[in-house]
Design a protein around this ligand. Structure first.
Ligand code: FAD
Ligand code: EPU
Length: 330
Protein backbone atom coordinates (compact mmCIF):
# COMPACT_ATOMS: atom_id res chain seq x y z
CA UNK A 1 0.00 0.00 0.00
CA UNK A 2 1.40 3.40 -1.06
CA UNK A 3 0.31 6.33 1.13
CA UNK A 4 -0.48 9.21 -1.24
CA UNK A 5 -1.09 11.72 1.55
CA UNK A 6 2.69 12.14 1.80
CA UNK A 7 3.11 12.18 -1.98
CA UNK A 8 1.06 15.23 -2.88
CA UNK A 9 1.27 18.68 -1.35
CA UNK A 10 -2.50 19.01 -0.78
CA UNK A 11 -2.12 16.00 1.57
CA UNK A 12 -5.64 14.58 1.22
CA UNK A 13 -6.09 11.08 2.63
CA UNK A 14 -5.53 8.63 -0.24
CA UNK A 15 -3.71 5.42 -1.11
CA UNK A 16 -2.65 3.56 -4.24
CA UNK A 17 -1.96 -0.14 -4.65
CA UNK A 18 -0.37 -0.34 -8.04
CA UNK A 19 2.76 1.82 -8.07
CA UNK A 20 6.02 1.74 -10.05
CA UNK A 21 8.85 4.02 -8.95
CA UNK A 22 11.45 4.92 -11.56
CA UNK A 23 14.93 5.40 -10.08
CA UNK A 24 17.06 4.50 -13.10
CA UNK A 25 16.74 4.35 -16.92
CA UNK A 26 16.42 0.55 -16.69
CA UNK A 27 13.25 0.94 -14.62
CA UNK A 28 11.65 2.87 -17.51
CA UNK A 29 11.97 -0.11 -19.84
CA UNK A 30 10.05 -2.32 -17.40
CA UNK A 31 6.98 -0.09 -17.24
CA UNK A 32 3.85 -1.39 -18.95
CA UNK A 33 1.58 1.51 -19.80
CA UNK A 34 -2.14 1.00 -19.12
CA UNK A 35 -5.13 3.19 -19.88
CA UNK A 36 -5.41 4.08 -16.18
CA UNK A 37 -1.70 4.98 -15.72
CA UNK A 38 -0.70 8.39 -14.35
CA UNK A 39 2.80 9.89 -14.12
CA UNK A 40 3.59 11.59 -10.80
CA UNK A 41 6.52 13.86 -9.97
CA UNK A 42 6.62 15.54 -6.55
CA UNK A 43 2.83 15.94 -6.42
CA UNK A 44 2.68 19.71 -5.94
CA UNK A 45 0.26 20.23 -8.83
CA UNK A 46 -1.66 16.96 -8.44
CA UNK A 47 -4.55 16.41 -6.04
CA UNK A 48 -5.75 12.92 -5.10
CA UNK A 49 -9.39 13.40 -4.10
CA UNK A 50 -9.80 9.70 -3.24
CA UNK A 51 -7.86 6.43 -3.30
CA UNK A 52 -6.33 5.95 -6.72
CA UNK A 53 -7.16 2.61 -8.29
CA UNK A 54 -5.13 3.13 -11.44
CA UNK A 55 -1.44 2.54 -12.08
CA UNK A 56 0.83 5.21 -10.65
CA UNK A 57 4.27 5.80 -12.16
CA UNK A 58 6.47 7.89 -9.86
CA UNK A 59 9.47 9.53 -11.43
CA UNK A 60 12.64 9.82 -9.32
CA UNK A 61 15.33 9.98 -12.04
CA UNK A 62 18.37 11.96 -10.86
CA UNK A 63 21.39 13.41 -12.65
CA UNK A 64 22.78 16.62 -14.11
CA UNK A 65 25.38 18.07 -16.43
CA UNK A 66 26.55 21.62 -17.08
CA UNK A 67 28.55 22.55 -20.17
CA UNK A 68 30.07 26.02 -20.50
CA UNK A 69 29.93 27.49 -24.01
CA UNK A 70 31.32 30.84 -25.25
CA UNK A 71 28.09 32.71 -24.68
CA UNK A 72 26.16 30.65 -22.15
CA UNK A 73 25.62 27.36 -20.34
CA UNK A 74 23.87 24.19 -21.42
CA UNK A 75 22.31 22.68 -18.32
CA UNK A 76 20.78 19.23 -18.55
CA UNK A 77 18.77 18.03 -15.58
CA UNK A 78 17.10 14.68 -14.98
CA UNK A 79 13.36 14.88 -14.46
CA UNK A 80 13.40 13.82 -10.80
CA UNK A 81 15.72 16.62 -9.69
CA UNK A 82 14.20 19.25 -7.40
CA UNK A 83 13.45 22.47 -9.26
CA UNK A 84 14.19 25.01 -6.50
CA UNK A 85 17.39 23.23 -5.49
CA UNK A 86 18.73 23.87 -9.01
CA UNK A 87 17.55 27.48 -9.12
CA UNK A 88 19.61 28.13 -5.97
CA UNK A 89 22.57 26.00 -7.03
CA UNK A 90 22.97 27.59 -10.47
CA UNK A 91 22.88 31.08 -8.98
CA UNK A 92 25.60 30.01 -6.51
CA UNK A 93 27.68 28.95 -9.52
CA UNK A 94 27.18 32.31 -11.26
CA UNK A 95 24.67 30.95 -13.80
CA UNK A 96 21.69 33.29 -13.92
CA UNK A 97 18.19 33.34 -15.39
CA UNK A 98 16.02 31.16 -13.15
CA UNK A 99 15.91 33.59 -10.19
CA UNK A 100 12.31 34.77 -10.81
CA UNK A 101 11.26 31.10 -10.64
CA UNK A 102 12.68 30.51 -7.16
CA UNK A 103 10.76 28.49 -4.57
CA UNK A 104 8.36 26.85 -7.02
CA UNK A 105 7.92 23.38 -5.54
CA UNK A 106 8.22 20.22 -7.58
CA UNK A 107 10.41 18.32 -9.99
CA UNK A 108 12.33 19.43 -13.07
CA UNK A 109 10.33 16.97 -15.21
CA UNK A 110 7.03 18.66 -14.38
CA UNK A 111 8.37 22.16 -15.16
CA UNK A 112 7.76 21.94 -18.95
CA UNK A 113 4.38 20.22 -18.50
CA UNK A 114 2.57 23.36 -17.39
CA UNK A 115 5.42 25.70 -18.36
CA UNK A 116 5.95 26.95 -14.80
CA UNK A 117 5.97 30.69 -14.47
CA UNK A 118 6.25 33.38 -11.83
CA UNK A 119 7.09 37.06 -11.45
CA UNK A 120 7.18 37.78 -15.18
CA UNK A 121 9.20 34.76 -16.36
CA UNK A 122 8.18 31.39 -17.79
CA UNK A 123 10.53 28.41 -17.89
CA UNK A 124 9.91 28.01 -21.66
CA UNK A 125 12.29 30.96 -22.18
CA UNK A 126 15.23 28.69 -21.22
CA UNK A 127 14.18 25.28 -22.53
CA UNK A 128 16.18 23.98 -25.50
CA UNK A 129 14.65 20.51 -25.58
CA UNK A 130 12.71 17.95 -23.58
CA UNK A 131 13.66 14.28 -23.69
CA UNK A 132 11.77 11.19 -22.68
CA UNK A 133 10.07 7.96 -23.61
CA UNK A 134 6.54 7.29 -24.80
CA UNK A 135 5.68 4.54 -22.30
CA UNK A 136 2.88 3.24 -24.53
CA UNK A 137 5.28 2.31 -27.35
CA UNK A 138 8.69 2.40 -25.66
CA UNK A 139 9.89 4.95 -28.24
CA UNK A 140 12.30 7.70 -27.16
CA UNK A 141 11.40 11.31 -28.03
CA UNK A 142 13.22 14.62 -28.05
CA UNK A 143 11.08 17.71 -28.53
CA UNK A 144 12.53 21.07 -29.40
CA UNK A 145 11.21 24.14 -27.59
CA UNK A 146 8.95 24.87 -30.57
CA UNK A 147 7.56 21.34 -30.62
CA UNK A 148 6.58 21.64 -26.95
CA UNK A 149 4.07 24.33 -28.00
CA UNK A 150 4.40 26.27 -24.75
CA UNK A 151 1.71 28.69 -23.64
CA UNK A 152 0.48 30.16 -20.37
CA UNK A 153 0.45 27.14 -18.00
CA UNK A 154 0.34 24.94 -21.09
CA UNK A 155 2.33 22.63 -23.37
CA UNK A 156 1.74 19.56 -25.56
CA UNK A 157 2.40 17.42 -22.49
CA UNK A 158 -0.97 18.46 -21.04
CA UNK A 159 -2.89 16.97 -23.97
CA UNK A 160 -4.56 13.60 -23.43
CA UNK A 161 -2.70 12.02 -26.36
CA UNK A 162 0.65 12.78 -24.62
CA UNK A 163 -0.36 11.31 -21.24
CA UNK A 164 2.06 8.39 -21.74
CA UNK A 165 5.04 10.65 -22.56
CA UNK A 166 7.41 10.31 -19.61
CA UNK A 167 9.85 13.22 -19.49
CA UNK A 168 13.26 11.91 -18.40
CA UNK A 169 15.38 15.08 -18.75
CA UNK A 170 15.20 18.72 -19.75
CA UNK A 171 17.94 20.70 -21.47
CA UNK A 172 18.14 24.41 -20.69
CA UNK A 173 20.27 27.17 -22.18
CA UNK A 174 21.16 30.09 -19.92
CA UNK A 175 22.99 32.90 -21.74
CA UNK A 176 25.93 34.65 -20.05
CA UNK A 177 24.51 38.03 -21.13
CA UNK A 178 22.03 38.59 -18.33
CA UNK A 179 19.59 41.34 -17.37
CA UNK A 180 17.22 41.21 -14.40
CA UNK A 181 13.51 40.86 -15.28
CA UNK A 182 11.79 43.35 -13.00
CA UNK A 183 8.51 44.15 -14.79
CA UNK A 184 6.23 42.22 -12.42
CA UNK A 185 4.57 44.63 -9.92
CA UNK A 186 6.02 42.79 -6.89
CA UNK A 187 9.57 43.42 -8.18
CA UNK A 188 9.20 47.15 -8.84
CA UNK A 189 10.95 48.06 -5.56
CA UNK A 190 14.21 46.46 -6.65
CA UNK A 191 16.93 48.72 -8.15
CA UNK A 192 17.11 48.52 -11.96
CA UNK A 193 20.63 47.05 -11.65
CA UNK A 194 19.59 44.38 -9.11
CA UNK A 195 21.81 41.29 -9.07
CA UNK A 196 20.42 37.78 -9.66
CA UNK A 197 20.94 37.06 -5.95
CA UNK A 198 18.92 40.14 -4.99
CA UNK A 199 16.10 39.07 -7.32
CA UNK A 200 16.23 35.51 -5.95
CA UNK A 201 16.10 36.72 -2.31
CA UNK A 202 13.28 39.14 -3.09
CA UNK A 203 11.18 36.53 -4.91
CA UNK A 204 11.69 34.08 -2.04
CA UNK A 205 10.61 36.75 0.48
CA UNK A 206 7.51 37.75 -1.53
CA UNK A 207 6.47 34.13 -1.94
CA UNK A 208 6.99 33.37 1.74
CA UNK A 209 4.83 36.37 2.61
CA UNK A 210 2.00 35.63 0.15
CA UNK A 211 1.80 31.88 -0.31
CA UNK A 212 1.15 29.24 2.35
CA UNK A 213 4.01 26.80 2.92
CA UNK A 214 2.61 23.37 1.92
CA UNK A 215 4.55 21.77 4.80
CA UNK A 216 2.50 23.88 7.24
CA UNK A 217 -0.82 24.36 5.41
CA UNK A 218 -1.14 21.78 2.64
CA UNK A 219 -2.02 23.29 -0.77
CA UNK A 220 -1.20 23.01 -4.46
CA UNK A 221 -0.38 26.66 -5.24
CA UNK A 222 -2.86 28.46 -7.51
CA UNK A 223 -5.81 26.12 -7.76
CA UNK A 224 -7.19 27.83 -10.88
CA UNK A 225 -5.55 29.47 -13.87
CA UNK A 226 -5.95 33.18 -14.42
CA UNK A 227 -8.63 33.32 -17.15
CA UNK A 228 -7.54 34.78 -20.48
CA UNK A 229 -10.35 36.59 -22.33
CA UNK A 230 -10.77 38.59 -25.53
CA UNK A 231 -10.69 42.40 -25.59
CA UNK A 232 -14.47 42.49 -26.24
CA UNK A 233 -15.22 40.35 -23.19
CA UNK A 234 -12.74 42.42 -21.19
CA UNK A 235 -14.42 45.73 -22.13
CA UNK A 236 -17.77 44.33 -21.01
CA UNK A 237 -16.43 43.25 -17.60
CA UNK A 238 -14.35 46.41 -17.06
CA UNK A 239 -17.39 48.60 -17.60
CA UNK A 240 -19.13 46.94 -14.66
CA UNK A 241 -15.98 46.47 -12.53
CA UNK A 242 -13.64 49.40 -13.31
CA UNK A 243 -11.04 48.44 -10.67
CA UNK A 244 -10.56 44.89 -11.98
CA UNK A 245 -6.94 43.57 -11.75
CA UNK A 246 -5.55 42.26 -15.05
CA UNK A 247 -2.52 41.94 -17.33
CA UNK A 248 -2.58 42.56 -21.07
CA UNK A 249 -1.01 39.62 -22.95
CA UNK A 250 1.40 39.94 -25.89
CA UNK A 251 -1.36 38.95 -28.36
CA UNK A 252 -3.82 41.63 -27.21
CA UNK A 253 -5.91 39.48 -24.90
CA UNK A 254 -6.51 40.08 -21.21
CA UNK A 255 -5.50 37.86 -18.30
CA UNK A 256 -7.71 38.49 -15.28
CA UNK A 257 -6.36 38.06 -11.74
CA UNK A 258 -8.50 35.14 -10.58
CA UNK A 259 -7.51 35.78 -6.95
CA UNK A 260 -9.10 39.23 -7.23
CA UNK A 261 -12.27 37.78 -8.81
CA UNK A 262 -12.58 35.26 -5.97
CA UNK A 263 -11.92 37.89 -3.31
CA UNK A 264 -14.53 40.24 -4.82
CA UNK A 265 -17.12 37.46 -4.47
CA UNK A 266 -16.46 37.60 -0.72
CA UNK A 267 -15.08 34.08 -0.70
CA UNK A 268 -11.90 34.61 1.32
CA UNK A 269 -13.57 33.21 4.42
CA UNK A 270 -15.29 30.33 2.63
CA UNK A 271 -14.71 26.95 4.29
CA UNK A 272 -16.21 23.59 3.39
CA UNK A 273 -15.30 20.93 5.92
CA UNK A 274 -11.53 21.08 6.28
CA UNK A 275 -10.94 22.85 2.94
CA UNK A 276 -10.89 26.61 2.51
CA UNK A 277 -9.88 29.64 0.48
CA UNK A 278 -6.55 31.02 1.71
CA UNK A 279 -6.81 34.31 3.62
CA UNK A 280 -3.86 36.06 1.94
CA UNK A 281 -4.19 34.62 -1.58
CA UNK A 282 -7.71 33.67 -2.66
CA UNK A 283 -6.43 31.78 -5.72
CA UNK A 284 -4.91 29.21 -3.38
CA UNK A 285 -7.26 26.63 -1.89
CA UNK A 286 -5.92 25.00 1.26
CA UNK A 287 -6.33 21.88 3.33
CA UNK A 288 -6.62 23.74 6.62
CA UNK A 289 -8.03 20.98 8.78
CA UNK A 290 -7.92 17.38 7.56
CA UNK A 291 -9.99 18.05 4.46
CA UNK A 292 -11.47 15.22 2.44
CA UNK A 293 -11.52 15.04 -1.34
CA UNK A 294 -15.24 15.71 -1.18
CA UNK A 295 -14.68 18.95 0.85
CA UNK A 296 -12.24 20.16 -1.75
CA UNK A 297 -14.30 19.34 -4.84
CA UNK A 298 -17.35 20.99 -3.27
CA UNK A 299 -15.28 24.08 -2.42
CA UNK A 300 -13.85 24.27 -5.95
CA UNK A 301 -17.38 23.97 -7.41
CA UNK A 302 -18.66 26.77 -5.17
CA UNK A 303 -15.80 29.10 -6.08
CA UNK A 304 -16.24 28.48 -9.82
CA UNK A 305 -20.00 28.93 -9.65
CA UNK A 306 -19.91 32.16 -7.70
CA UNK A 307 -17.21 33.73 -9.90
CA UNK A 308 -19.20 32.73 -13.01
CA UNK A 309 -22.42 34.19 -11.57
CA UNK A 310 -20.78 37.51 -10.73
CA UNK A 311 -18.33 37.98 -13.62
CA UNK A 312 -19.56 35.61 -16.34
CA UNK A 313 -16.18 33.83 -16.41
CA UNK A 314 -15.64 30.13 -15.63
CA UNK A 315 -12.34 29.46 -13.87
CA UNK A 316 -10.39 26.44 -15.11
CA UNK A 317 -8.35 24.39 -12.64
CA UNK A 318 -4.59 24.67 -12.89
CA UNK A 319 -4.11 21.56 -10.76
CA UNK A 320 -4.56 18.00 -11.97
CA UNK A 321 -7.37 16.49 -9.89
CA UNK A 322 -7.68 12.71 -9.74
CA UNK A 323 -10.38 10.47 -8.32
CA UNK A 324 -10.28 6.68 -8.08
CA UNK A 325 -10.52 6.26 -11.85
CA UNK A 326 -8.31 9.02 -13.20
CA UNK A 327 -8.37 12.68 -14.16
CA UNK A 328 -11.38 14.64 -12.93
CA UNK A 329 -12.90 17.62 -14.70
CA UNK A 330 -14.80 20.13 -12.61
P1 FAD B 1 3.25 16.80 -10.20
O1 FAD B 1 2.13 17.37 -9.41
O2 FAD B 1 3.81 15.51 -9.72
O3 FAD B 1 2.79 16.65 -11.71
C1 FAD B 1 2.24 17.77 -12.38
C2 FAD B 1 1.90 17.36 -13.83
O4 FAD B 1 3.08 17.02 -14.53
C3 FAD B 1 1.01 16.12 -13.91
O5 FAD B 1 0.19 16.26 -15.02
C4 FAD B 1 2.00 14.98 -14.12
O6 FAD B 1 1.41 13.88 -14.81
C5 FAD B 1 3.04 15.65 -14.98
N1 FAD B 1 4.39 15.12 -14.79
C6 FAD B 1 5.15 15.17 -13.67
N2 FAD B 1 6.36 14.63 -13.90
C7 FAD B 1 6.36 14.21 -15.20
C8 FAD B 1 7.32 13.55 -16.01
N3 FAD B 1 8.54 13.22 -15.58
N4 FAD B 1 6.96 13.26 -17.28
C9 FAD B 1 5.74 13.60 -17.76
N5 FAD B 1 4.79 14.22 -17.03
C10 FAD B 1 5.10 14.52 -15.76
N6 FAD B 1 3.49 26.63 -10.51
C11 FAD B 1 3.89 27.67 -11.28
O7 FAD B 1 3.91 27.56 -12.52
N7 FAD B 1 4.24 28.86 -10.74
C12 FAD B 1 4.24 29.07 -9.41
O8 FAD B 1 4.58 30.16 -8.96
C13 FAD B 1 3.85 27.99 -8.57
N8 FAD B 1 3.80 28.15 -7.24
C14 FAD B 1 3.41 27.12 -6.43
C15 FAD B 1 3.39 27.32 -5.06
C16 FAD B 1 3.01 26.29 -4.21
C17 FAD B 1 2.99 26.53 -2.72
C18 FAD B 1 2.65 25.02 -4.75
C19 FAD B 1 2.28 23.90 -3.84
C20 FAD B 1 2.65 24.82 -6.12
C21 FAD B 1 3.03 25.87 -6.98
N9 FAD B 1 3.05 25.73 -8.37
C22 FAD B 1 3.47 26.77 -9.17
C23 FAD B 1 2.63 24.45 -8.99
C24 FAD B 1 3.76 23.38 -9.01
O9 FAD B 1 4.81 23.75 -8.19
C25 FAD B 1 4.27 23.17 -10.43
O10 FAD B 1 3.23 22.81 -11.31
C26 FAD B 1 5.36 22.09 -10.49
O11 FAD B 1 5.96 22.07 -11.75
C27 FAD B 1 4.81 20.70 -10.16
O12 FAD B 1 5.87 19.78 -10.05
P2 FAD B 1 5.61 18.33 -9.46
O13 FAD B 1 6.82 17.51 -9.73
O14 FAD B 1 5.20 18.44 -8.06
O15 FAD B 1 4.41 17.88 -10.39
N1 EPU C 1 -5.16 39.49 -5.79
C1 EPU C 1 -6.23 39.89 -5.04
N2 EPU C 1 -6.70 39.05 -4.07
C2 EPU C 1 -6.13 37.84 -3.84
C3 EPU C 1 -5.06 37.42 -4.63
C4 EPU C 1 -4.58 38.26 -5.61
O1 EPU C 1 -6.77 40.99 -5.21
O2 EPU C 1 -6.60 37.15 -2.93
C5 EPU C 1 -4.63 40.41 -6.82
C6 EPU C 1 -3.24 40.95 -6.38
O3 EPU C 1 -3.37 42.06 -5.53
C7 EPU C 1 -2.62 41.29 -7.71
C8 EPU C 1 -3.20 40.25 -8.66
O4 EPU C 1 -4.36 39.72 -8.02
O5 EPU C 1 -3.04 42.56 -8.14
C9 EPU C 1 -2.23 39.12 -8.99
O6 EPU C 1 -1.85 38.47 -7.77
P1 EPU C 1 -0.43 37.75 -7.60
O7 EPU C 1 0.67 38.68 -8.01
O8 EPU C 1 -0.36 37.18 -6.24
O9 EPU C 1 -0.43 36.60 -8.68
P2 EPU C 1 -1.56 35.61 -9.18
O10 EPU C 1 -2.04 36.05 -10.52
O11 EPU C 1 -2.58 35.38 -8.13
C10 EPU C 1 0.13 34.15 -10.50
C11 EPU C 1 0.45 32.69 -10.66
C12 EPU C 1 1.30 32.20 -9.51
C13 EPU C 1 2.60 33.00 -9.51
C14 EPU C 1 2.26 34.47 -9.34
C15 EPU C 1 3.48 35.36 -9.44
C16 EPU C 1 -1.35 31.69 -11.95
C17 EPU C 1 -2.55 30.82 -11.94
N3 EPU C 1 -0.76 31.91 -10.76
O12 EPU C 1 -0.70 34.26 -9.35
O13 EPU C 1 1.62 30.84 -9.74
O14 EPU C 1 3.45 32.58 -8.47
O15 EPU C 1 1.34 34.89 -10.39
O16 EPU C 1 3.88 35.41 -10.77
O17 EPU C 1 -0.93 32.14 -13.01
C18 EPU C 1 0.87 28.62 -9.37
O18 EPU C 1 0.80 28.53 -10.60
O19 EPU C 1 0.61 27.66 -8.59
C19 EPU C 1 1.28 29.89 -8.79
C20 EPU C 1 1.37 30.12 -7.47
Amino acid sequence: MFDLKKRHSFALPACANHVDVIHAPDDVRKIIWQDDSYILGAGSNTVFTSDFEGHLIVNRLLGSSIVELDDGYKVSLAAGENWHHWVARLIDQGIFGFENLALIPGSVGAAPVQNIGAYGVEVAKFIESVEGVDLRTGTAFQFTNKECNFGYRDSVFKRAEYASFLITSVEFYLPKAWQPCLEYPDLKDLPTDASAIQVFDHVVAVRQRKLPDPMVIPNAGSFFKNPVITSDEFRRIKQRHPDIRYFETADGQFKLAAGWLIEQCGLKSLRIGGAGVHQRQALVLVNSNQATGRDLTELAHQVRKQVAQRFGVWLEPEVRMLDNRGLLTL
